[in-house]
Design a binder for this molecule. Structure first.
Ligand code: FE2
Length: 278
């Protein structure tokens, strides 16, 4: 349940920090499950790298298939030019995506429940649909930069409805690549969109408005268990993690069933039905 002050903070700034939202045992369960998924992942036949700086470098087929599966994507700096791992596998993964919340029982439990439904309702989502989930590792030393972007670029609905639920599974600060946002930037236009054309994915330019300057950016340091919610048009980014500390996070991207979901969006469900928080 959000207070009126929390709701108005979200409306004014485009983001909301809910401290201590998830208890320690729930965090421990998903951290351990994420490590199990990586341990069980056989990198022998898959070398999909995820780079937000050059998203076209992601193997399109792997990304498209991950909409209804659980895939591991490598950090760019984890592989050499020949595609060989240069760090231990346990430290090589950029993210796991994108249907953990539907296919994995541990992440399913973490991603659903009346507390999350209440937050979604407080943020204005009438009929939430959980489109995707990701574990984002931001590995010590090699965790890549995520450049300025708006999450609505990946989930176009009419009108805009996508809302991000960003759970800190570990503490994050400026030293290990925490989130940066442009407070109030959810009132700026959608700059670009990531579209699917057959088997190809591409980023299309929509609006020439420049990304925020450093002086317009606000760091959002968080403790493990905190939840950050933000509007789909809010520009945000995170720096590379050059520290020896990991910065594990879990995200859900949620749209409203009352808003038309574009058939050009990269993520399309064909088999798995979409669900809400309860
Ligand atoms: Fe994002």
């Amino acid at each position: 349940m959000l207070t009126p002050a929390q709701r108005s903070h979200y409306v004014d700034h485009g983001w909301l920090l809910v401290e201590g939202f998830k208890p320690a045992p729930a965090l421990a369960a998903v951290r351990s499950r994420a490590q199990q998924i990586v341990d069980n992942f056989d990198p022998g036949h898959q070398r999909a790298v995820f780079s937000s700086v050059q998203p076209e470098r992601v193997a399109d087929a792997a990304l498209i298939a991950s909409a209804e599966a659980v895939h591991c994507f490598f950090e760019e700096e984890a592989l050499d030019a020949g595609g060989r791992l240069v760090v231990p596998k346990s430290r090589s993964i950029n993210k796991i995506g994108h249907a953990l919340h539907d296919l994995d029982p541990v992440f399913d439990a973490f991603s659903h429940g009346p507390e999350l439904a209440a937050v979604a309702s407080g943020l204005g989502l009438v009929q939430p649909l959980l489109q995707q989930s990701m574990v984002i590792f931001k590995q010590p030393g090699i965790g890549g930069e995520v450049r300025w972007h708006q999450d609505a670029s990946f989930f176009v609905t009419e009108p805009v409805s996508v809302t991000t639920f960003w759970f800190a599974l570990e503490g994050a600060d400026e030293g290990n690549g925490c989130l940066w946002v442009q407070s109030g930037g959810h009132r700026t236009p959608l700059r670009e969109r990531f579209v699917r054309d057959g088997d190809r994915l591409a980023m299309e330019k929509l609006d020439p408005m420049p990304w925020p300057t450093t002086s317009q950016a606000t760091a959002l340091p968080v403790k493990a268990g905190d939840l950050v919610c933000f509007h789909g048009l809010l520009p945000h980014c995170s720096a590379a993690n050059r520290s020896p500390r990991s910065r594990l996070a879990y995200t859900l991207h949620v749209t409203d069933a009352g808003c038309a979901y574009s058939p050009r969006n990269w993520l399309q469900r064909t088999r798995l039905p979409l669900r809400g928080f309860v």
